[in-house]
Design a protein around this ligand. Sequence first.
Ligand code: ADP
Ligand code: MG
Length: 344
Amino acid sequence: MIELRQITKQFGQGASAVRALDSISLHVPEGCIYGVVGSSGAGKSTLIRCVNLLERPSSGKVIVRGKDLTAMAESDLRRERRHIGMIFQHFNLLSSRTVFGNIALPLELAGMSSAEIETMVLPLLELTGLSDKRNSYPSQLSGGQKQRVAIARALASRPRVLLCDEATSALDPATTVAILNLLKDINRKLGLTILMITHEMDVVKSICDRVAILSQGQLIEENDVEQFFLSPKTELAREFVRTAIHEKRPNDLESGFQTEPAPGARPVIRITFVGRTVGQPLITKASRQFGVDISIMQADIETVNGKSMGFLMVELFGSETAVDEAIKYLRSQEVSVEVVGYVH
Ligand SMILES: Nc1ncnc2c1ncn2[C@@H]1O[C@H](COP(=O)(O)OP(=O)(O)O)[C@@H](O)[C@H]1O
Ligand SMILES: [Mg+2]
């Protein structure tokens, strides 16, 4: 649905040039909720603005719904942009217009009659839970309600793609959950493809099907969300996962923690699995079968894109051979196992 091919974006020239995006390629399948996470300044906003060519890439191709936007004449591009909705962190509503007036704006600009506009806006008010606010002005609304208006406005021209630039970053946690649920609902009901960029891994955990990590303009890791949580490959990905599962670092839990093995040091392993009931029986079995004691340092069950996932960090006590055998056994099971370090 959205395909970026080797997108590079440079701002400025010469010594002061900033390369905001460095040869980014990614594919967002139809109907997918795709998250791009990265720290501030990573290039996320530049990336999402390149998708509808609000920002023109310095090189590379942007293909949306099978059409190469980068090769289009301005008039064709304007038409194509109607199929791409966008929402922002700060809502960008017109304060002089009512809720109805804000949602109707793109339809007025497209030259529709007021009767047609009415028949299109009413279901959107309904869908976004704003029916009783149609005559209110933005200043009379909460942040969550404002974002609902922005979503309804973005949907007015019946886009197939919705771009969200930090859409929940200005909202409190409860409102964030409500807006994310609304986006998921729209994704299901309308089959809308959603590309969201965010600095919050919690957003990805709640609703995304796939995720990519952007760092200093480069896409450093990309995966299905479940796989991403099961086995992040880069240190940055692990850091993002850690924030979403509220995992403490092992050196904050145990004073004698180190990353290198040493004689007499006990391994600390992280076990990640899908399902609520997978972890504990395996640990019990490994402990019995190989005669190792297993002590749980932290344990957490999280819902990742609607599925339960378990995150355990445990310390293994026993002879070196027994501990190795136990780890080997765990690795042969349907769980992801990683030795994170050792404790004295
Ligand atoms: N219009 C611009 N002119 C010059 N530099 C820019 C412009 N927009 C973004 N940048 C730079 O590009 C980099 C990425 O910015 P941005 O895409 O806004 O990151 P993010 O959204 O991840 O915080 C930053 O170094 C930023 O300063
Ligand atoms: Mg940004």
